[in-house]
Design a protein around this ligand. Structure first.
Ligand SMILES: Cc1cc2nc3c(=O)[nH]c(=O)nc-3n(C[C@H](O)[C@H](O)[C@H](O)COP(=O)(O)OP(=O)(O)OC[C@H]3O[C@@H](n4cnc5c(N)ncnc54)[C@H](O)[C@@H]3O)c2cc1C
Length: 808
């Protein structure tokens, strides 16, 4: 074993081997993989080997597609067979809601370059003869589904990496990880110590334990999972004969079952509702290639449905039951990337579908390590999407929930219940008393909308406009015509101080630094000139700044900020709930606010984008003249102990204007009416500022800043895409995001967010199209739940296009 390497990858499962291969492919060949037992000895060896491209996050779906397409490459390079059976597969819908969901997945697939088909139940029966078609209303067919040999595939990655120069050491457990002053690592193993520049935790079932070696509690939990193999089934032989092919894979959402042919019988696995975690606190190091005790009773309800939907299975004997553990993150997607605050420490774990996702994870991580950027949008699997709130118990509750509803539809207006309420602000109980329907983001409760007094505050889940529609409309109209108040504590808030603060901010942010008492909107760019942040930056004092950004991106942004912080002279802290907020918006908001302070709030003294410390009543606050509603309004920031008093004060002062709450759904409606984009929707690291209509917030003339030359290049060559807004001819369902945009019969773009503009009475969508089409107005269609709706590009915001109200 060598004693130094550029990278040590810990773990020889499918994920570690893929990472190793991709590193060598990217040109880093001084790399080694250390495995405590044999390759595949974790979850990998007993996997059912199924793969598919479907994923709720289109960017993860794309990586799954990449993974499936990679297998030929590693087979050819290594000479090791992956045992690939690219059979194609059907996803079966038992209800009309599920059919809608499939139509949406199919539509999404169009702009991802996937070739799925929506087919009838009868057609599904022709392709997968073992189903009882009467149980289904239709299906989606995907040619990129199938199964493979987990052992062969892992070894194909490993051998390919070795051919490219990597070293693999087996039967050698990593015992300790010690970081040196310079950020490099001493990897202490049973066979000696390796000095490595970088370490990758691909420890799978033991990723938590490897994380703990560096003081990290990763949000992952292993769950028991069962599949069974049947004896030979005569109908399988008949189907093989009739079609001349292996029986294709099937996914039965209602039965919560996946199934495929295995020799003369079938393999059937299920994500049972009675989900059972395994080794909740820690994974024993002596857990070998063991299987867990099968428990047919636990999966009996799912099997019962399965036998109804696949009648021939009911008569077949069970040859074998496999029960094995594998790990999940709270949302079921992988955890990949660099870890905040731990230089040169990377993770590639929580991969619950290693044979669909392993290749994409390896590609993303190797790009990130070698080129400094994953190369595409990996937010859906970035380890930084979780913050400190994702503790062991939180993760346990969320993973159980995710597992047990893996095949259930999540409606766009559906909030999940596990581990809630968790993080709350001081006005939480008041909001509930005022009949708020709450949502959760980054563990924090926030109001979505408010039901009228006496009515049950609850969403009716739907892909279409639902029971909240009218109430959200009332909230919007209250703001547009009067005044409303909203909880804004969910935004991320960062305080930046120190003598070097201004220079540093000007180096990492793209806009100029505002004068004291002023704010600017500013993108943050990466070295490639892509959007990695969108902030409001306020200068509160000569050496004091406040940055407001997207709440769920707090860890993501802190990772970037801290990695770029100079050794001295600047201090940044994420304020979390140490600073909480309320927003007051609407034409009466100034008169209301003026009742609370002696400071002059007239526009001459406190103009749009001004910010000041002021007392509201007796409450010390920071007040900014800006709101995301695009109306006249204010954002108020206070310490948490004042938030209740502040809300009471605002309600009292607003009584004469009939003030009321508004929630996030009303805010979304209003920002769409203004064509305001938002982080993680319109602004993501795959778009440049010109493409994202942000170039007016990029000051190329100021000092050099990160991404400046790439932004200048984008300005010169025009980029490839443009963010545009559409008015859509929709009547009962609006865009929710990820719908394909058609033009002249071809899919040309995608929607990033959408909804109904209640005060302008229009269905609005924002999305990206090729820049060549952005000047056109007509000829567009947007596919909403399988129906292509006429759409028009609008050049100006539908509400207050000149921005007079917010500046008034
Ligand atoms: C019953 C079952 C069915 C499944 N079916 C499918 C399926 O059909 N399709 C699919 O895509 N996925 C399936 N999976 C999931 C799949 O197995 C996982 O996604 C995949 O194996 C994860 O791979 P990994 O490399 O992350 O983890 P692992 O396979 O757990 O690998 C981690 C490796 O790291 C090593 N390691 C850990 N700590 C150390 C240390 N300190 N020092 C040295 N080495 C260490 C371990 O020994 C292990 O070999 C299934 C899982 C189960 C249990």
């Amino acid at each position: 074993m060598k004693t130094s390497a550029k990278v040590v990858v810990i773990g020889g499962g499918v994920v570690g081997c893929s990472v190793l291969y991709h590193l060598t492919k990217a040109g880093w060949t001084d790399v080694m993989l250390i495995e405590r037992a044999e390759l595949t000895a974790g979850s990998t060896w007993h996997a059912a080997g199924g793969f598919h491209t479907l994923n709720g996050d289109p960017n993860v779906a794309k990586l799954q597609q990449y993974t499936v397409e990679l297998y030929k490459e590693i087979e050819e390079l290594s000479g090791v067979a992956c045992g690939l059976h690219l059979t194609g597969g059907v996803m079966l819908a038992g209800t009309e809601d599920r059919m809608d969901w499939l139509k949406m997945a199919h539509a999404k697939g169009r702009y991802l370059g996937m070739h799925t088909e929506i087919i009838s139940a009868e057609e599904a029966k022709k392709r997968m003869p073992l189903i009882d078609e009467k149980q289904f209303v239709g299906a989606m067919y995907d040619p990129l589904e199938g199964h493979l040999d987990p052992y062969g595939t892992t070894h194909a990655y490993a051998k390919s990496a070795k051919i490219n120069g990597a070293e693999i050491v087996v039967r050698n457990r990593v015992l300790e990880l010690n970081q040196r002053e310079d950020g490099t690592w001493d990897v202490v193993t049973e066979q000696g110590t390796v000095h490595a520049e970088h370490v990758v935790n691909a420890g799978g079932l033991w990723a938590r334990e490897v994380g703990r070696m560096v003081g990290l509690e990763l949000p992952i939990l292993a769950m028991e999972h069962m599949y069974l193999l049947t004896e030979d089934i005569p109908e399988v032989a008949e189907a093989n004969k009739a079609t001349g092919k292996e029986v294709i894979t099937a996914l039965d959402f209602e039965g919560e079952i996946y199934t495929r042919q295995e020799r003369g019988g079938m393999l059937l696995g299920t994500y049972e509702k009675a989900a059972k975690p395994w080794s909740e606190q820690e994974t024993p190091w002596d857990f070998g290639q063991n299987l867990l005790e099968p428990d047919l009773d636990r999966i009996a309800p799912e099997l019962e449905v399965g036998f109804e939907h696949f009648p021939s299975y009911g008569n077949a004997g069970i040859k074998k039951i496999i029960n094995g553990p594998f790990t999940f993150a709270p949302d079921g997607n992988p955890l990949v990337g660099p870890v905040r605050g731990l230089k040169n420490f990377w993770v590639a774990c929580g991969v619950m579908a290693g044979f669909s996702q392993g290749g994409g994870v390896g590609l993303a991580l190797s790009n990130w390590m070698v080129k400094g950027d994953p190369g595409f949008d990996v937010w859906g699997m970035d380890v930084a999407r979780y913050g400190d709130y994702a503790t062991l118990a939180y993760t346990n509750a969320k993973v159980r929930e995710n597992y047990s509803r893996r095949f259930r539809i999540r409606f766009p207006n559906e909030e999940l219940d596990a581990a809630r309420p968790f993080r709350t602000t001081p006005i939480y109980d008041r909001l509930l008393a005022d009949n708020a329907v709450m949502g959760e983001s980054y563990g924090l409760e926030y109001p979505l909308w408010f039901a009228p007094k006496g009515e049950v505050a609850k969403d009716v889940f739907s892909f279409r406009r639902s029971t909240d529609f009218q109430h959200v409309g009332n909230e919007v109209n209250r703001v547009r015509n009067g005044v409303g108040v909203m909880e804004t504590s969910g935004y991320a808030k960062y305080r930046v101080t120190g003598e070097g603060a201004e220079a540093w901010l000007s180096h990492i942010l793209a806009n100029k630094i505002p004068a004291e008492g002023r704010m600017v909107l500013t993108p943050m760019l990466n070295d490639n000139g892509k959007l990695i942040g969108d902030f409001t930056l306020a200068k509160l004092g000569a050496e004091e700044f406040l940055i407001i950004g997207s709440g769920p991106a707090e860890q993501y942004h802190m990772r970037w900020f801290e990695a770029h912080l100079p050794k001295t002279g600047v201090r940044i802290e994420a304020l979390g709930l140490d600073l909480v907020g309320l927003s007051v918006a609407g034409p009466h908001s100034r008169v209301l606010m003026q009742k609370l302070t002696l400071q002059d709030l007239s526009s001459a003294h406190f103009p749009f984008m001004g910010i000041r410390k002021m007392d509201l009543g007796a409450i010390p606050a920071i007040v900014g003249r800006v709101t995301f509603t695009g109306d006249l309004g204010y954002e108020i920031w206070v310490k948490p102990e004042y938030q209740r008093a502040l809300l009471n004060l605002i309600f009292k002062a607003g009584e004469e204007f009939n003030i009321g709450h508004f929630g996030l759904r009303a805010l979304n409606s209003m920002r769409l009416e203004k064509n305001f984009g938002t982080w993680a929707r319109e602004y993501r690291p795959i778009y440049g500022p010109l493409e994202g209509a942000m170039s007016r917030f990029v000051d190329l003339k100021k000092n050099d800043f990160i991404g400046r030359s790439a932004a200048a290049e984008e300005k010169a060559n025009g980029g490839a895409l443009r963010l545009v807004s559409f008015v859509i001819d929709a009547n009962d369902a609006d865009c929710i995001g990820d719908e394909p945009v058609w033009h002249d019969g071809k899919v040309v773009g995608w929607i990033t967010s959408g909804g109904y503009g209640h005060s302008v009475k229009a269905s609005i969508g924002m999305g990206y199209v090729p820049k060549e089409l952005a000047d056109k107005t007509d000829g567009f269609e947007i596919e909403i739940i399988g129906e292509r709706r006429k759409a028009k590009i609008i050049r100006e915001a539908l509400f207050d296009p000149k921005g007079e109200k917010m500046r008034s």
